[in-house]
Design a protein. Structure first.
Length: 286
């Protein structure tokens, strides 16, 4: 039983799913119409988000069963390792996906439910197979990766206002230096199975580093939008600015050093970026 629970947690990539849901919940709490926090609704949103994200990740692992088995970093996943059948993974994905979307529809609104279903579809059925076709997969994957921000906003405010899109853009742009850093570190594994996740066909090159710098620089003006749209105040604006400049510095260091240690610094910097930025935005609203 203990191993089964661990396998299903690994199937849904619980840690990654929780990180995604974190952004969704924070953006829900940032919505102006959510003035008084109802912890029951927050728990429901968290559970629904975990179901939807977990469903997408389960489909991903079922589809990439053979590919995962060939890579050291993924070979221990339950489907790849043979501890779980593809049918069981697809069944889990169907149940959790339907449950998550239904909860969004019943407790929040139809717009957030449809947006959740759309995000799941893009990740599972477009981004996942596209990874072996072209590096544009990273661009495509950035949409479902950032949609949880908009889903949270729509769930709370029931609109698609520019303020909600500004939160979407923060996470959308963040993903490029984040995922390219991961792809840089894991390039040997990824290239061995035909994944095309770096912008240059030659692999980790200065072109990839320049692209990372460009997106990090774009994050700087976008970081002012939550303040411009009056989601939060002055204090968080400065925190976000410092965090964005920090990301720019890390990507420049990647260009200067051109090595895995520098890529790993970008990767870990991006991990701490999101919680700092979104918690600062929320704290400023409170």
């Amino acid at each position: 039983m203990k191993q089964t629970i661990k396998d299903y947690a690994q199937l849904m990539k619980f840690t990654l799913s929780f990180t995604v849901v974190f952004s969704c919940v924070i953006c829900y709490m940032l919505a102006p119409k959510v003035a008084a926090y109802d912890w029951f609704m927050i728990i429901v949103l968290t559970f629904a988000g975990l179901c939807i994200t977990g469903s997408a990740n389960a489909i991903n692992q079922a589809v990439e069963k053979d590919t995962d088995a060939q890579m050291k970093r993924t070979s221990s996943r339950p489907v790849a390792a043979g501890r779980m059948s593809q049918k069981a993974a697809y069944t889990f994905a169907l149940v959790t996906g339907v449950l998550g979307v239904a909860l969004m529809w019943y407790y929040f609104n139809i717009s957030s439910a449809l947006l959740s279903a759309f995000s799941l579809f893009i990740y599972a059925f477009i981004y996942t197979p596209l990874k072996k076709v072209n590096s544009i997969a990273v661009l495509v994957g950035a949409f479902p990766g950032a949609l949880p921000c908009l889903i949270g906003w729509v769930a709370g405010n029931d609109d698609f206002s520019l303020a909600g899109w500004s939160l979407f853009l923060i996470q959308f742009l963040w993903q490029f230096p984040h995922f390219w850093a991961i792809a840089w570190v894991a390039h040997q594994d990824y290239s061995s199975v035909g994944f095309k996740l770096l912008p240059a066909k030659e692999g980790p090159t200065r072109f990839t580093a320049i692209q990372s710098i460009m997106y990090a620089v774009l994050m700087v003006p976008i970081g002012f939008l939550p303040h411009y749209f009056h989601i939060t105040g002055d204090w968080s604006m400065w925190v976000v600015l410092v965090a964005n400049i920090f990301m720019v510095v890390q990507t420049i260091r990647l260009y200067q050093n051109m090595g895995v240690p520098a890529a790993r610094r970008v990767m870990f910097s991006s991990y701490i970026y999101l919680p700092i930025v979104f918690l600062a935005l929320l704290a400023d609203k409170l």
